[in-house]
Design a protein around this ligand. Structure first.
Ligand code: NAI
Ligand code: 15L
Length: 266
């Protein structure tokens, strides 16, 4: 499946660098954007620098685009003053531009940190009440709700990907459960772009790891069946000393994000 012009925000980031070459096969023109420096446009690409907090820049960015993969923004726990422009004002600017320019489909990189204050081992589906684990998770919750509104009000379809941990390898015991390989990420993003009639959909992004906290039955329409597993990394991960059992990073699904910030954990 392919579309004419596809916009990838956050293209200079970790997952943007992974997806940029892989999404090219799915678009006549891949428009890549970031506030950080981008590699120059290759054939079939357009590279447009843009700060998501700037509505006028975002409007120009989204013009003539058919679909958007939205990765841009602050991707870790940071003070609210940094999250607000990039993630909250930024996603508002993006959807307003999508509405004005008639974009019909967005794939939004949400995060497991919208549910980070559930305990590890609890089984969650897409309908559980959100329990964000910080300002970052709160901004992703805002994006999930904003995209719901833009579907109900304007019919713009969105797939919100609650990505677990998408890195080359799982780095710790928690990531043995939350790991999403780059191949499974790519499959999930392309299904989210091209599956017809998704409406507003929430899907958890994890590989077929031995243990799972997340139930994707509500997103069956995507036909997402991850192929990788963290199991081959188990020996190297379990060679590390475990965290103390009472460490909040070992207790909650959000891991260390739940204890970020200047104040001590209660
Ligand atoms: P990253 O931090 O490497 O990339 C994010 C990119 O957004 C950066 O290149 C940054 O320059 C850009 N950005 C930040 N503020 C911006 C602004 N105001 N205007 C325009 N661009 C801006 O993060 P990564 O790992 O590539 O993640 C991509 C997306 O997926 C992020 O939205 C992140 O929150 C989300 N995500 C990633 C996970 C992972 O495991 N890598 C897990 C869950 C969610
Ligand atoms: C995220 O949302 C972050 O963007 C990423 O850097 C990882 O920390 C990931 O979640 C995770 O929870 O492992």
């Amino acid at each position: 499946a392919r579309c004419h012009r596809l916009l990838l925000t956050g293209a200079a980031g970790n997952l943007g660098l992974v997806l940029r070459p892989r999404l090219k096969a799915h678009a006549d023109v891949l428009r890549v954007s970031d506030v950080a420096a981008l590699a120059p446009a290759a054939s079939g690409e357009e590279a447009i620098p843009c700060n998501l907090a700037n509505a006028a820049e975002v409007s120009r960015l989204v013009q003539d685009v058919d679909a958007i993969v939205h990765l841009g923004g602050v991707s870790v726990e940071r003070p609210f003053e940094e999250i607000l422009p990039a993630n909250i004002q930024g996603i508002y600017n993006l959807y307003e531009a999508a509405r004005i320019h008639g974009v019909r489909r967005v794939v939004f990189a949400s995060s497991n940190h919208v549910i980070g204050f559930y305990e590890q081992g609890q089984q969650l589906d897409a309908d559980v009440p959100l329990r964000p684990d910080g300002y970052y998770g709160l901004s992703k919750a805002y994006g999930e709700h904003l995209s719901r509104f833009y579907f109900d009000r304007y019919g713009i379809e969105t797939v919100c990907l609650r990505i677990g941990s998408s890195f080359p390898e799982p780095k710790d015991r928690r990531m043995m459960v939350t790991w999403l390989s780059y191949d499974d990420l790519t499959d999930l993003v392309t299904r989210s772009l091209f599956t017809p009639q998704v409406g507003h959909l929430i899907v958890y992004g994890a590989s077929a790891n031995r243990d799972s906290w997340w139930d994707n039955h509500a997103a069956a329409v995507l036909g997402f069946a991850p192929k990788d597993s963290s199991e081959r990394f188990r020996a190297q991960v379990e060679a590390q000393a475990p965290l103390p059992a009472d460490d909040p990073a070992a207790r909650y699904q959000g891991g260390a994000f739940v204890k970020a910030g200047p104040f001590p954990f209660p």
